[in-house]
Write a new protein. Structure first.
Length: 454
């Protein structure tokens, strides 16, 4: 059964220059693997776009997919009118288990190895219900967020045989270039949001207004204040020029002004006479056409300010999801891909295990699978009733066990409980390992939360 994953953000591009557009989508969840009897799911999103345009897709986990224009065709080679592109990525143990994807690889020498992953993804495209393919000669560029550093191989899964084939080897991750770009944009937004536009002070009937004689060419502060008058906004009567503004302005010359802190539009204005200098709190008052112009300007500034705040929060939220590393690859076929390497642990010992679920034998749960999850490695080593006798574990490292039955019941054993079993003494010996029922998670994310709580 194929998965139908999906994208959270779609950045639409016109011609050669991508234009960012955010689309919303209905959430959907589908069974990850009915073949093994599990009924767990992984969340999925879906987006539809014009295939004649270039697109950049950004997933919920901040991976990015570059789609050149005219990339998709129908099976007969004709061009679809629209494309529904679905994508899913698995970067946690819970997601990998819920996906039902195999985590073993048989190499050309017929040797079998367990996978340690650096991230898996699936990508499909449809027109309606008809599956599309990538046009010959076209490729999609994938920049997959990865939680793991180091060199990994790149594999593709055969849809029919459910086996992996090696595509490339020894691939290293690249630094996430988007973090620096977003940090630079945040710095720009910090400047835009440093000062919130201030509200004009209300004009009262008792207010007396006066003008400040200053040439805007000499004082650029007045450049956008055509037609403005001023009212006293201070508290000290001795410095109020409104009492006799004519006399005040005959003796005092305007020097400078600077906005005061606070929500109201009030300036600290400096005047100088031949004998002294005074600083007075004044508020600009806009009347008539000047009021209309100022109202428009204030609305424009407030809109820009609010937009900058929203963009700022959006980028910060995005940064919280960004990983420090990317794994980059180009693909010419749709399907399931994996960054993996052989899971190695020189300290692992083999135990002839018999798994029981609250005392009941694993044979009583024919489709149940037990997964060993080693701490610090993105791996889920699967054991069934037939392979339990080859159970391998490093008893000196942190591990968890989790089992899922056909009914969706989950049984688990924490690292602390595993350590109490003293498994180091059972190398090549028989040992009953009993798991306790812990719940019935329905999604890979639920499973990750459960693992975190053990």
């Amino acid at each position: 059964m194929r998965l139908f994953p999906f994208f959270v953000l779609l950045l639409l591009a016109a011609c050669s220059a991508p234009v960012q557009t955010t689309l919303s989508a209905d959430a959907d969840e589908r069974s990850a693997s009915d073949k093994d009897g599990r009924r767990m799911t992984n969340a999925q999103d879906e987006f539809t776009f014009d295939p004649a345009q270039q697109h950049i897709l950004v997933t919920k986990k901040s991976s990015r997919l570059s789609v050149p224009k005219n990339t998709f065709v129908r099976k007969d080679g004709s061009v679809p009118a629209s494309v529904r592109l679905v994508f899913s990525e698995y970067q946690t143990a819970g997601e990998i288990i819920a996906s039902g994807l195999p985590m073993i690889y048989v190499d050309p020498q017929n040797d079998t190895m367990q996978f340690e992953s650096a991230g898996m993804f699936e990508i499909r495209a449809y027109e309606g219900t008809e599956e599309l393919k990538i046009r010959d000669g076209k490729q999609l560029s994938i920049e997959l967020m990865t939680p793991v550093d180091g060199k990994f191989n790149f594999y593709a899964l055969n849809d029919n045989t459910r086996s992996w084939s090696e595509v490339a080897t020894n691939l290293s991750p690249a630094p996430n270039r988007f973090l620096a770009e977003q940090e630079e944009r945040l710095n720009e937004l910090e400047k835009l949001t440093a000062d919130q536009p201030k509200k004009p002070v209300s004009l009262l009937k008792s207010d007396k207004l006066f003008d400040i004689m200053a040439d805007p060419s000499d004082y650029p502060e007045f450049a956008d204040m055509g037609g403005v008058l001023w009212k006293y906004a201070g508290t000290g009567k001795g410095k109020d020029p409104v009492g006799d503004p004519k006399v005040f302005l005959q003796h005092y010359e305007f020097l400078s002004m600077r906005p005061k802190a606070g929500d109201d539009l009030i300036y600290k204005v400096d005047f100088a006479s031949k004998t002294d200098t005074v600083s007075i709190d004044l508020a600009p008052v806009f009347k008539g056409k000047a009021a209309e112009r100022n109202t428009r300007r204030l609305a424009e500034r407030m809109a820009k300010f609010n937009n900058a705040l929203r963009e700022q929060e959006s980028i910060r939220a995005q940064n919280r999801k960004e990983a420090k590393l990317l794994r980059q690859f180009n693909i010419g076929e749709l399907g399931i891909y994996n960054y993996d390497r052989q899971l190695k642990d020189d300290g692992a010992i083999q135990i002839i295990a018999e798994f029981t679920f609250e005392g009941k034998k694993q044979a009583d749960f024919p489709l149940a699978a037990v997964y060993l999850i080693p701490k610090g490695k993105l791996a889920a080593v699967k054991y069934d009733s037939e392979s339990a006798g080859s159970f391998a574990i490093n008893p000196y490292e942190q591990n968890q066990l989790i089992a899922i039955t056909a009914e969706g019941d989950v049984y688990a054993l924490s690292d602390a409980a595993l350590r109490k079993l003293g498994l180091a003494a059972f190398r090549n010996k028989e040992k009953v390992i009993n798991l306790e029922k812990v719940g019935k998670p329905v999604t890979g994310a639920d499973l990750d939360q459960l693992l975190a709580s053990l």
